[in-house]
Each structure stands twice: as C-alpha cells, then as structure tokens.
Design a protein around this ligand. Structure first.
Ligand code: NAD
Ligand code: 89Y
Length: 343
C-alpha cells in the first residue's frame, strides 16, 4: 500500500503521542511538521527524524503535497488551520476541543464540506479499549435496552504541570475533559435532547470550573449522569480512567477502577479485565489515552481508504460540542438547555 503523506501542525505536549502513533501505523506517515515555536519544532523534528519543518502553516501547505493534515494545536488556532486545509483541499484531523465556539465549529464543518474534504475531530476517548468493550457489550444485547447511565471521571491528578494553559482559561473541566466524557455518553446511549448542569471551582489557584455534574436526556429515552472532577482526592488516583455504570432492561454493566468490567446479563455475571495494552512508547498512567490515539489514527486511515465518514467526523462532533456550550449556558442559567435550539 502506498503510504498517505501527512503533516502535523502543533508540536506541543500531546502531539508527541500523535507522532508516536503515526510512526507505528501502516499506510500513513508524517512527512512534514509545523510549529510557530522553533524550539518545539526542533525537539519533535529531531525526536522523530522529520526533515521538513515549517514555522508557518500556510508555507507548509504551499510547499508540500499532502494527503492529510493532523492539527494538534490548542483550540484558538483550530478554525484558521482547518479553513487553510480546506482551501488547499487537504483532509484534516483537528484536536478537541473542536473550536472556541459552536459558531466556529459549524463554519469549519461547512468549509470542509464545501471543499469536499473529510474532517475528523481527534475525539479519542471513545476509542479507549475499555470504552470499546462497554460498547460491544451493549451492542451484543446482553443487558437489553439501556435506560440509565453514569459516566464518571473523578481525579485530583495534576494536569496543569503538562498543560499550564488549563489553569488560566475561564472554562476548564467541561471544555477540556468533560467533552470526552459527554462524547462517551453519546457513543454509548445515543444523542441527547436536554442537559442540566451544575459547576463548581474547588481549586482556588485556577480560573475555571474544576467540577461539573450533568444530567442528560437521551433521544432513546435513557437518562445519564455525566460527572467530572479534578478536585477529588481518592485513595488510589484513577487518572485517566472513565468509570461507567449502565443499567438495562435485562442487566447491568459496571466498568470500575482498575479496568474491571462486570456484566450481569442474560447469561449470568461475567467479570473481565479490560486493561489497555501498554504500548512500547507509552507510559503509565497515560497509556490508556495513548493507545486510543493509535486507534483513532487507524480509523482515519481506514476511512480515507474506503471513502467513509469517520465516527467522530466534524458533523458528528458538532453534537458533542453543542453539549459543551449547552452545559456552560445551563450552569450559568441553572435551567435545562434543549439541544435542538443549538444545532
Ligand atoms: P501545547 O500548547 O503544548 O501545544 C500546542 C502547540 O501548537 C504549541 O507548540 C504551539 O506553539 C503550537 N501552535 C499553536 N498555534 C499554532 C499555529 N497557528 N501554527 C503552528 N503552531 C501552532 O498544547 P497541548 O497540551 O499539546 O494541546 C494541544 C491540543 O491537544 C489541545 O486542543 C488539547 O485540548 C488537546 N489534547 C488532547 C488530548 C486527548 O486525549 N485528545 C490530551 C491532551 C491534550
Ligand atoms: O487535555 C485533556 C485531555 O484531552 O485528556 C486529558 C487531558 O490531558 C487533561 O484533562
């Protein structure tokens, strides 16, 4: 197979995982990188042996023939970079959060649709193997029709040392982390019609909310609670595990700390270990997230080869992103927010 020629923009903290992923994937390779910070460009270029280096994304699109671009910058630059890719008719992957506002995200989806190029949001948490195992169990029909879910991420892990910008934004946990947990709720229980949200800030050293509790009505009739915290000191730090409870008409699913999956269903109770593999370049506790990076990258390569829409296409991710906007609006008003008004 001829490898797809990709370029990566943004050589920061998380991009290193994406570069490791691309190095291990058959069918695609990164031929050029870009960062406006020459120091980051050099570090990542040297680490992964990439000779073609640019400090300006426009110059890179002019200078390279690309099959796709992987945008790993933070949200403020996403719209301009996706629109640049669309203008050059280059398929694009864009890191989460998709954009600073829903209006930006909608414009990005439109630009790529009009250019006829695929757009995928790097919404990788649903690709974690424990989450895939929960999804497969639901698909099997073992617990019947789900009517309740709790998707929970509670931790006190210091995310600010690696990502200092997380401490300074007016918005924090819903936009940064809750977005993944909301997306998992959509992945498992379907699209959402209404969300009710409460937020708190417990850590006085940061600007945004570090606790969020959301109650969601799914179009399927199921109800879910999505709860996120970076202010919860537990006996054993669970970062970055998402814990899941789903109750269905014929049984229950529990994904508990330590990647233990308990399914009590039509065939009795089965307990299994759904720990993610520790890839050679990965490090605990991030290995769960790191493995999902490769999974979503493989999915992108498959989709480009087959001409199919990625599961977390830009259009799909508007529904996750709208929930983020709705959560902030509802936290401010203390009223439920209907999603159809936003989409
Ligand atoms: P970072 O600040 O460490 O890195 C971003 C890099 O992009 C910087 O080196 C910066 O110089 C560069 N950059 C910014 N604008 C640019 C532009 N216009 N052109 C070229 N380079 C530009 O940020 P990070 O922590 O690596 O986060 C990047 C993104 O990844 C964020 O959106 C974050 O939310 C996301 N992230 C995702 C996951 C996940 O699991 N999906 C985990 C962590 C972070
Ligand atoms: O930025 C966040 C993400 O996407 O996953 C975990 C994280 O790095 C910190 O909350």
């Amino acid at each position: 197979m001829v490898a797809l020629r990709g370029a990566l923009i943004g050589c920061g903290f998380f991009a290193v995982n994406q570069m490791h992923g691309w190095r291990d994937i058959e069918g695609a390779s990164i031929v050029a990188i870009c960062d406006r910070d020459p120091e980051r460009l050099q570090i990542v270029g040297d680490q992964f042996g990439i000779a073609k280096r640019y400090t300006d994304a426009a110059a890179m699109f002019e200078g390279e023939v690309l099959d796709f671009v992987d945008i790993a910058t933070t949200a403020p630059s996403h719209r301009a970079l996706v629109e640049l890719a669309a203008a050059h008719r280059v398929p694009a992957i864009c890191q989460k959060p998709f954009a600073p506002t829903l209006a930006d995200a909608k414009a990005m989806v439109k630009a790529c649709a009009e250019a006829g190029v695929p757009l995928m949001v790097h919404e990788n948490f649903r690709w974690q193997s424990p989450i895939q195992a929960v999804h497969a169990t639901l698909d099997s029909g073992e617990i019947g029709t789900p009517f309740f879910g709790r998707i929970s991420f509670r931790s006190a892990y210091d995310v600010f040392s690696g990502q200092p910008y997380l401490a300074t934004g007016k918005r924090f946990i819903i936009e940064d982390l809750g977005i993944h947990i909301i997306d998992i709720a959509r992945f498992l229980l379907g699209d959402v019609s209404t969300i009710t949200t409460r937020t708190q800030r417990i850590n006085p050293a940061i600007a945004g909310e570090d606790v969020a509790t959301m109650l969601m009505d799914h179009e399927s009739g199921a109800t879910s609670v999505v709860d996120c915290s970076y202010a919860s000191r537990l006996a054993v730090e669970p970062f970055p595990e998402t814990l899941i409870e789903i109750d269905g008409s014929d049984g229950t699913i529990r994904l508990t700390q330590g990647y233990k999956l308990t399914v009590s269903g039509k065939g009795g109770t089965v307990v299994s270990d759904v720990s993610p593999p520790l890839l050679p370049w990965a490090s605990r506790p991030w290995h769960n997230i790191q493995e999902s990076v490769i999974a979503i990258q493989k999915h992108w390569v498959d989709c480009l080869a087959k001409g199919t829409d990625p599961a977390t296409s830009g259009a799909d991710n508007l529904k996750t992103f709208a929930l983020v906007e709705a959560a902030y609006a509802g936290a401010a008003s203390r009223e439920p927010v209907h999603l159809d008004a936003l989409l």
